[in-house]
Design a protein around this ligand. Sequence first.
Ligand SMILES: Cc1cc2nc3c(=O)[nH]c(=O)nc-3n(C[C@H](O)[C@H](O)[C@H](O)COP(=O)(O)O)c2cc1C
Length: 203
Amino acid sequence: MKILVVYYSMYGHVHRMAEEVAAGAAEVSGAQVLLRRVPETLPAEVLEKMGALEAAKGFSHIPVCTVEELPTADAILFGTPTRFGNMCGQMRQFLDATGSLWSQGALVGKVGSVFASTATQHGGQEATILSFHITLLHQGMVVVGLPYAFQDQMRIDEVTGGSPYGATTIAGTKGERMPSANELAGARFQGKHVATLTAKLCK
Ligand SMILES: Cc1cc2nc3c(=O)[nH]c(=O)nc-3n(C[C@H](O)[C@H](O)[C@H](O)COP(=O)(O)O)c2cc1C
């Protein structure tokens, strides 16, 4: 059973969540879990102005995903930062290159799941994940979220990400907040949940 965790991260928040998603998936017996980044589309001078070059060093060792790699997986967990309530352009561009996979039905029946990051608490986490699901459904994927079995998504004693649609983190408007223990637990739960379901589908 092969599980891909495919993400884009500009300042490291989604990267940290992706690590935890991968760790959760790897807890399931028989899971081979691979972390992959989608290609950068912004020029270096723009990234520099956005203050993104330093953070990128922290995950430059993660291999860049190719479209051809997607059908080799039994499940794919996608991670994206929010851009105006939607997935980021880098992820959109990557997915828009999967038309040939769509025409072959190459992703039909594979498990798909999404996790996300926003700057602010109500900045579009759920909109980002739910609108991402549309692409997965067009590809024929079996969409999986973060069930309330992960009960700590319901806690209100602290500010926290996490929704039934998928694990999330709140980065702060300056990116000053890294994923909390609770948000990382949600990411880990989602990874394990997807791997557990995928193992059943692979039988
Ligand atoms: C162009 C742009 C649009 C953004 N739109 C939103 C938004 O709609 N809501 C929000 O809360 N954060 C928004 N953000 C903040 C990012 O979501 C935040 O930087 C990201 O979640 C941090 O994750 P990362 O470090 O993995 O990139 C935006 C950032 C950029 C650069």
